[in-house]
Ligand binder design. Structure first.
Ligand code: NAD
Length: 472
């Protein structure tokens, strides 16, 4: 276990303790909310070519106060028990903040995805799923995984198929995992959900003029410059949606191969295509490569978006940060030591457990869809469309004026699944931010958004335990 990874779990614990001290809950209850409830560590063999490799993997269920538990599966060569524990812990607080009725969990498989081909990764994913089934660590009502770093809809499809083979005929089996491909019981809007949630969250926090004035920031996301670390699922959607729908400007991107910069703005969609064809972001037209990969931290910008891994802004580089807003799209990108430095500088840190909760929110919608066995919008879309058309027709006949056809079809449109998913996600990010803001504004001793988010989560989980009759 390296110091860097140990720091992640310790950072989560330190942040929790700081917030817990500002609540009035009994000590035993606060301890119960803090600890991981179940940890499953496994080692299994996989045949690669003519030899066997032993794969180390984990599933941690942080809190059983609500079931099922929920959280992504990470594939990375850096996976270790403390990292998975930290990520599972954050999931409990994240679910509480966005009112998703699950306990937190996380899975990790210690593999470098670059080292294996698709067939080998499929073998590893399926065997990992079998291990989870054997110990009852997966199921629609027990524990529901999703994608995380190094995994996506392809891995979720393998997990679903393996689970269904072992649970033939289980009516709700499609709800055993989320983030599946749309044609495999997935939901439209899940792939982009975390990045879209980051955008909605930033838009909401920047919408309050008096808060912004206090922080010394211009309100609104339009025109704000962004620097993003990690052009994966979360980083790329955060960048492209913030640009297209919010009018922000991404001026630098950092990836494994280095950091590129263009003060005039970088087109994320074009950059993704470029990286796919060239295997690197370096050399993308109009950009210059910075000397060191880590130079992204010190670029002058409005919003710094770490969207790769934990412990990226540390005691060692926090002083270099010039951005006013740190948007934690990744989990745990700012260590507790770095946070103290950044807060002293007057930075606003929008915490991971709120800002990247869009993924689990839409996963919840997918789980509900799987349990109800019907696509969102299927029942009401045409009914709504006909009703709106009747209203517009009536207005036309009463006024004697015709509404332009394009406008008419826009006004009378019934909602599709993706419209409803986006609407539910936006509503969630707005409501949750307002709850955190309420704590931040009302409690004098709360000086930062992370502490306010922790208190919001702790109060909700404590309330669940109390109403269950535990810790009355
Ligand atoms: P991903 O695997 O799709 O992308 C991560 C990207 O970061 C990769 O392109 C990788 O090359 C890059 N990267 C890794 N180390 C880097 C470094 N040192 N410098 C620059 N780039 C680096 O993963 P993801 O799903 O986008 O997850 C990113 C973060 O967001 C993780 O912390 C994850 O836990 C968190 N998160 C993901 C989701 C989700 O729905 N996928 C939801 C909530 C939180």
């Amino acid at each position: 276990m390296s110091d860097k990874q140990a720091n992640f779990y310790q950072s989560v614990e330190r942040n929790y303790d700081k917030a817990a001290a500002l609540t009035n809950h009994p000590k035993g209850l606060l301890e119960q909310i803090k600890v991981c409830n179940a940890i499953y560590q496994m080692n299994f063999p996989i045949k690669i070519g003519n030899s066997y490799e032993v794969i180390e993997a984990y599933r941690v269920q942080h809190s059983h106060h609500r079931l099922p538990t929920k959280g992504g599966i990470r594939f990375s060569h850096m996976v270790n028990q403390e990292e998975v524990m930290a990520l599972a812990t954050l999931m409990t607080y994240k679910c509480a903040i966005v009112d998703v009725p699950f306990g937190g969990a996380k899975g990790g498989v210690k593999v470098s995805t670059r080292k294996y081909n698709a067939e080998q990764l499929e073998k590893i994913t399926r065997r990992y799923t079998v291990e989870l089934v054997r110990k009852n660590f997966i199921g629609p009502g027990t524990d529901v995984p999703a994608p995380d770093y190094g995994t996506g809809s392809r891995e979720m499809a393998w997990i679903l198929d393996t689970y269904q083979q072992l649970n033939n005929g289980e009516l709700d089996s499609a709800a055993c995992v989320t983030g599946k491909p749309v044609n495999q019981n997935g939901i439209r809007g899940r792939t982009e959900a975390t990045g879209r949630g980051v955008f909605y969250g930033l838009k909401e926090m920047l919408s309050n003029a008096s808060d912004c004035a206090e922080w010394g920031i211009e309100p609104g996301i339009e025109g704000k410059t962004m620097v993003i670390q990690g052009l994966g699922n979360v980083g790329s959607f955060t960048g492209s949606i913030s640009t297209k729908e919010g009018g922000a400007k991404v001026i630098a991107i950092s990836e494994i191969e280095g950091t590129i910069y263009n003060p005039k703005g970088i087109d994320i969609d074009k950059l993704l295509k470029y990286r796919k064809s060239k295997g690197s972001i370096i050399g993308f037209p109009g950009t210059k490569k910075l000397k060191e990969r880590g130079d992204w931290v010190g670029i002058e910008c409005d919003i710094l978006v770490p969207a790769a891994l934990e412990s990226q802004i540390t005691k060692a580089n926090a002083k270099k940060v010039k951005a006013k807003i740190i948007a934690e799209a990744a989990n745990g990108p700012v260590t507790a030591d770095a946070e103290a430095i950044l807060l002293k500088k007057g930075c606003i840190i929008v915490p991971d457990m709120y800002l990247n909760a869009g993924g689990v929110t839409v996963s919840y919608f997918e789980w509900l869809k799987n349990l109800s066995h019907v696509r969102y919008g299927r029942i009401e879309k045409r009914f709504d469309q006909n009703a709106y058309t009747n209203i517009v027709n009536l207005i036309e006949s009463m006024t004697g004026k015709k509404v332009n056809e394009r406008r008419k079809s826009f006004i009378t449109r019934g909602a599709d699944e993706v419209d409803l998913v986006r609407s539910g996600l936006e509503e969630t990010m707005i409501t949750s931010y307002q709850q955190i803001r309420e704590v931040y504004r009302r409690k004098k001793k709360v000086k930062d958004l992370r502490t306010a988010a922790f208190i919001t989560a702790i109060n909700k989980v404590a309330n669940d335990y109390t109403t269950m009759g535990i810790f009355p």
